[in-house]
Write a protein that binds this ligand. Structure first.
Ligand code: ADP
Length: 674
C-alpha cells in the first residue's frame, strides 16, 4: 500500500542575492514497510527532501499525498499534530534535552500527544533498545550510541507510521553504527516504514531501496536484494498479508483525515502539569540567573508592600486622631499661626475674653463654645515630678474633644465658676507620676499649687511628635487666674451644629471678632487671629497622605517595571539559548501554543515567586520600621493581592514577546542553530 506519494516537488531557498533550488521536480512513491535510503553528495537536497517528507518543511510547489489523501498546504498546527502522531525522527546529533533523564526524553512525544497516562510506553521502548538500566541517567552520562538508542526509543513511543532518520550514525563510531543500524533494520523487519538519509554506502546497505540525488533531482532509484529475495518479492508478499482488498478505505487516509479535521478522539493536548514541569526544570537548571532576575521583581513588590503599608498606616493614624475631634469644629486662635510668639505691638493680636465667647455662642449655627488656655507646668506627687502641658478648658470640652474621662468625672460649671483646683490627668502623666496607683481624689502639685485629681482622660495616642496623653486638664478659670497668670483666652473651640453651616459660621465669627476688636485693615485681621476649620484640615491631611501614597506607589511601580524588563531580557536570552531545544520539541510534535505556554509559565513562575518573596520581604521591612522607628504601618490584604496580581501580570506581559518568539521558530532552522 502506498503511504507517501510526492508529485513534482520543488523547493527554492533564497539567501540574499542567490536563490538555491534545493529540490527540482522530485516525484517519489513510498510503500508501507519500505526501508528507503536517500543518498547523494553534500548539497544535493537529501535533507530538504527528508524534511518535506516529515512535515518539518514545506515545498514551494508540487503535491504531497499521504495515504491517498492530498495534504498539500497544512497549517503549522496540523503539521505538528501529524508529526506527533505519525512520524518519528532520529537525528544525527541525537537532540536529547540535556537537563532531564533519558526516560523523560523518551516520554516527550507522549506528553505533547496528551497521553501522559501511557508513560510506561516510554520505558517499554527504552527496554526494546536495551537501555532499561540506564533510563534514569541524563543524556550526558550516556555514550553517543546509547544516546541515539534513546532517541530511537523517543521516535517510537507514539507508535508512528514512518521513522525518519537523518544521518543516524553520522556521529558514531563503527561499533555503535552497527548497533544502531541493526536496531533500525529490525524495526523495518517488524513492519515499520523507514526513510533514512545517509552518504555512506555501508549504512545504505541496510536499506532495501536507495534513491540517489544530485542537484535537487532524483537520478536513480534502486531496489536492493535482501537475503537473496528481490525487493519486489517482499513487497508483493506483504501486500498479500496486509491488504486483502484495495477497495476498502485506506486506513492511513482515514486517520490522516481524522487528525487533520481534529475529529479523532485520542488527539489531545499536553496537560498543564506537564507544561509546568517542563518550565520548572528549566528554571531550576539556571538557579543563579533566575534568582537574580527574580530579585528585580522581589525588590519592586517589597517596595510596593512596604510603601503601601506606611501610606495606609499614616492615613489610618491621622484618621483616628481626627476622629476624636468632631469634623464640624472651628478653632480660633489669637495671633496668626505662623507669627505666634513674635511680638507685633499692641492691638495687632486679638485678646479674647469671656465676652467674646458669649458673643460667639449667640451666633446662628453655633452649637457650643469652649475657651482654652494652655501652658506648661511641673506636676509633683510624692517624690515624682513630671513636666507636662497644662490646659485650662470649659465643661463643654469633654464632649467637643472626646475627652469624657474613662475613670472618675469631669469638672462641673460650678467648679469652673469657683475656679476650683481640680484636675484630670492624661495617661502619660498618670504613668509617670502615679505608676500603678489609683490617682482619684489624690492631691498633686502643679507649679506648687495643690490640685485634686478627679479623673483620667481617655487615651488618644501620638499626633506626630506630640504625645496627646501628656497633658493635665483643669478649669479654664483656674488656669487663667490661679495658675498661668493669664488675663486672656488663648483659643476658642466652636462646634457648629451642622457641617453645611461651617463656612457661614466661620464668616460670621470672623466679622464678629473684627467688630468687637475694632480691627481695621486686612493686614491686621490676618495677624490678629486665625480661624481653623477642622473639615478643611482633615481634607488637606487626607489628600496629602493620599498624594504621598501615590507618589511612593509610582516609585514602586517603576521598580516593578524595571524588574519586568529584566525578566523579559532573561527570557529572550533563554529563548536564544534554547533554540535547538525548541526546534526539537516542535519536531516531535509540540504546537506553537505548547511552546508559548511553556515559556509563559516560566516567566510567570519567576515573577510570581519573586512577588511572593517580595510580599514577605516587604512585610518584614514594614514590621521592622514599625518596631524600630515606631511608625504606624498597616499591611492590607488589598496591597498583597495587588502586588501578587501585578507580579503575575508582569510575567505575562513581559514574557509574552519572548514566548511568541520561541513559538514562531521554524523547527528546522531551530534545530540547526549553533
Ligand atoms: P544535503 O542534505 O544533500 O546536503 P540540503 O538538502 O541540506 O542538502 O541542501 C540542498 C541545498 O539547499 C544546498 O545547496 C543548501 O545550501 C541549500 N539549503 C538548504 N537549506 C537551506 C536554507 N535554510 N537556506 C538556504 N539554503 C539552504
Amino acid at each position: 500500500m502506498k503511504i507517501i506519494e510526492l508529485k513534482d516537488i520543488g523547493k527554492t531557498y533564497s539567501t540574499g542575492k542567490a536563490a538555491v533550488a534545493a529540490l527540482q521536480g522530485v516525484s517519489l512513491t513510498v510503500e508501507e514497510g519500505e526501508f528507503l535510503a536517500i543518498m547523494g553528495p553534500s548539497g544535493s537536497g537529501k535533507s530538504t527532501l527528508l524534511h518535506i517528507l516529515g512535515f518539518l518543511d514545506r515545498p514551494d510547489s508540487g503535491e504531497y499525498i499521504l495515504g491517498g489523501k492530498n495534504i498539500t498546504g497544512l497549517t503549522d498546527n496540523q503539521s505538528a499534530i501529524l508529526r506527533n502522531h505519525m512520524m518519528g525522527f532520529v537525528f544525527q546529533q541525537f537532540h536529547l534535552l540535556p537537563r532531564i533523564s533519558s526516560l523523560e526524553n523518551a516520554e516527550l512525544p507522549l506528553i505533547y500527544a496528551g497521553k501522559r497516562h501511557m508513560k510506561e510506553k516510554a520505558m517499554e521502548r527504552i527496554n526494546d533498545v536495551g537501555l532499561a538500566q540506564r533510563a534514569l541517567h541524563r543524556p550526558n552520562e550516556l555514550s553517543g550510541g546509547e544516546q541515539q538508542r534513546i532517541a530511537i526509543a523517543r521516535a517510537l513511543v507514539n507508535d508512528p507510521l514512518i521513522i525518519f532518520a537523518d544521518e543516524p550514525t553520522g556521529n558514531l563510531d563503527t561499533r555503535s553504527q552497527n548497533e544502531i543500524m541493526s536496531i533500525i533494520a529490525e524495526l523495518n523487519s517488524k513492519g515499520k516504514t523507514i526513510i533514512m538519509v545517509t552518504h555512506e554506502e555501508e549504512v545504505a546497505g541496510y536499506a532495501r531501496r536507495i534513491i540517489r540525488m544530485r542537484d535537487g533531482k532524483v537520478i536513480a532509484d534502486e531496489a536492493l536484494h535482501k537475503d537473496g529475495i528481490p525487493l519486489g518479492e517482499i513487497r508483493r508478499s506483504e501486500k498479500k498479508k496486509n491488504i486483502p482488498d484495495e477497495k476498502t478505505a485506506n486506513p492511513i487516509s482515514v486517520s490522516v483525515d481524522a487528525i487533520i479535521s481534529g475529529s479523532r478522539l485520542d488527539i489531545k493536548r499536553a496537560e498543564f502539569t506537564d507544561h509546568f514541569r517542563q518550565a520548572f526544570f528549566s528554571i531550576i537548571s539556571h538557579k543563579m540567573r533566575t534568582a537574580l532576575s527574580m530579585l528585580g521583581i522581589l525588590i519592586g513588590v517589597a517596595a510596593v508592600i512596604a510603601m503601601l503599608a506606611l501610606g495606609t498606616g499614616a492615613q489610618e493614624s491621622i484618621r483616628k486622631q481626627l476622629a476624636s475631634l468632631g469634623s464640624n469644629l472651628l478653632m480660633i486662635r489669637s495671633g496668626s499661626h505662623h507669627l505666634r510668639g513674635v511680638s507685633l505691638g499692641a492691638g495687632a493680636i486679638a485678646r479674647f475674653t469671656f465676652q467674646d465667647v458669649d458673643a460667639i455662642s449667640k451666633l446662628p449655627g453655633v452649637k457650643c463654645v469652649s475657651p482654652n488656655v494652655s501652658g506648661s507646668g511641673q506636676v509633683v506627687y510624692g517624690n515624682k515630678n513630671w513636666n507636662t502641658q497644662v490646659q485650662g478648658v470649659s465643661v463643654k470640652y469633654a464632649t467637643m474633644r472626646a475627652a469624657v474621662p474613662t475613670v472618675g468625672r469631669f469638672f462641673t460649671e460650678e467648679e469652673v465658676r469657683m475656679r476650683a483646683r481640680v484636675a484630670l490627668v492624661g495617661t502619660t502623666v498618670l504613668r509617670q507620676v502615679f505608676g500603678e496607683e489609683n490617682p482619684i481624689d489624690k492631691y498633686i502639685k502643679i507649679e506648687r499649687v495643690n490640685f485634686k485629681v478627679i479623673g483620667i482622660l481617655p487615651e488618644k495616642g501620638a499626633a506626630g511628635p506630640r504625645d496627646q496623653d501628656d497633658v493635665v486638664i483643669i478649669p479654664v478659670t483656674t488656669g487663667m487666674y490661679r495658675l498661668l497668670g493669664k488675663q486672656y483666652i488663648d483659643s476658642i473651640d466652636v462646634e457648629v451644629s451642622d457641617i453645611s453651616l461651617m463656612d457661614e459660621a466661620e464668616k460670621s465669627i470672623n466679622e464678629l471678632l473684627i467688630k468687637r476688636h475694632r480691627l481695621a485693615t486686612a493686614k491686621e485681621n490676618q495677624d490678629a487671629f486665625e480661624i481653623r476649620n477642622m473639615a478643611d484640615i482633615k481634607q488637606t491631611l487626607e489628600s496629602t497622605t493620599k498624594t504621598i501614597s501615590m507618589l511612593l506607589g509610582s516609585i514602586a511601580a517603576i521598580s516593578l517595571l524595571v524588574g519586568g524588563i529584566g525578566i523579559m531580557n532573561i527570557m529572550l536570552v533563554s529563548v536564544t539559548e534554547r533554540t535547538r531545544e525548541i526546534g526539537l520539541r516542535k519536531a516531535i510534535g509540540a504546537r506553537e501554543s505548547d511552546i508559548m505556554l511553556q515559556f509563559l509559565i516560566e516567566s510567570v513562575t519567576m515573577t510570581l515567586s519573586g512577588g511572593i518573596a517580595g510580599v514577605l520581604f516587604g512585610t518584614g521591612i514594614a514590621m521592622l520600621l514599625a518596631v524600630v522607628a515606631g511608625w504606624t504601618i498597616k499591611v492590607s490584604l488589598f496591597s498583597i493581592l495587588l502586588a501578587t496580581t501585578f507580579s503575575i501580570a508582569i510575567g505575562l506581559i513581559f514574557g509574552l514577546w519572548p514566548a511568541r518568539q520561541a513559538a514562531k521558530l521554524d523547527p528546522i532552522e531551530a534545530l540547526r542553530y549553533e
